[in-house]
Design a protein around this ligand. Structure first.
Ligand code: NI
Length: 261
């Protein structure tokens, strides 16, 4: 079955039908989902979701654009909360120069600090990097990100950049963009990368695959991403599902200890 390694079911976009949707995943071929925190509040909500549903795990962390009012106490909370049995990663953290706020120094400061949290609690990181390829890579190298490990979520850079992260041992998150006609650069990356480093993700409610592009996303649409990858790789859909599932469990290694089989 399929594992969705990145979604935001605490988002208000799911307020109407969250429960029915999550309870229906199994019948749609979705085994489990890792819900990703993007600020302190959504990190708390992520833990509540993971406590409520067997098929939800969580990552806690603060997205670069939400770092403005962070305080050191928040880092203490993240560090302590990471011990929760269903918290399997620190994220999403990183740099976003597309939205470019708060100022870059602030984004960088809290990116580095959260890498530190991940190292301390021995969990992988979920990296968000948009239009910040060079700084992200420089920081990851300086901070020895390869020792921490994790995933570059919604990978959007070139083959050359993919090679750098693959060399560091990172997984690359592939989602709805793979189904877009104009996504030439991502399709090149998919063809280039080894299958044992790919994980599937939706980023729900965002980045909905064709043929639902523009509507609200959910994990049940992942088979469209599977088909796009299968075609680019010359593999069967079943094989894409099996290998990305194994990868997801290697990435989020804490899942395996406690997972309901
Ligand atoms: Ni996300």
């Amino acid at each position: 079955m399929i594992i969705d390694t990145h979604a935001h079911y605490d988002d208000e976009a799911f307020d109407e039908d969250r429960d029915a949707l999550i309870r229906g995943f199994y019948d749609r071929g979705i085994e489990m989902v890792v819900n990703i925190g993007a600020d302190m509040e959504s990190s708390r909500r992520t833990i509540l979701l993971a406590e409520k549903y067997d098929n939800i795990y969580g990552a806690i962390g603060v997205h670069p654009n939400e770092t403005k009012n962070l305080r050191e106490e928040d880092m203490q909370w993240l560090t302590a909360a990471a011990a929760h049995p269903k918290v399997v990663a620190i994220g999403e953290i990183g740099l976003d120069y597309y939205w470019d706020e708060p100022e870059r120094e602030t984004q960088i400061k809290w990116f580095v600090r959260q890498l530190d949290v991940a190292r301390q609690v021995k969990l992988p990181v979920v990296i968000h990097s948009r239009e910040a390829a060079k700084d992200t890579l420089d920081i990851m190298k300086a901070e020895k990100g390869g020792e921490i490990g994790g995933v570059i979520h919604c990978f959007s850079y070139s083959v050359e950049m993919a090679r750098e992260y693959l060399n560091m041992g990172f997984f690359l998150g592939i989602g709805g963009v793979a189904t877009f006609k104009n996504a030439r650069r991502l399709k090149e990356v998919i063809q280039y990368m080894p299958m044992d480093r790919m994980v599937l993700e939706t980023d729900s409610p965002y980045l909905t695959p064709v043929p639902y592009r523009g509507k609200r996303n959910n994990s049940g649409y992942l088979p469209y991403v599977v088909d796009a990858v299968a075609e680019l790789k010359g593999m069967s859909a079943e094989d894409v599902i099996a290998v990305t599932r194994e990868n997801a469990l290697r990435l989020y290694h804490k899942c395996d200890d406690i997972r309901v089989k």
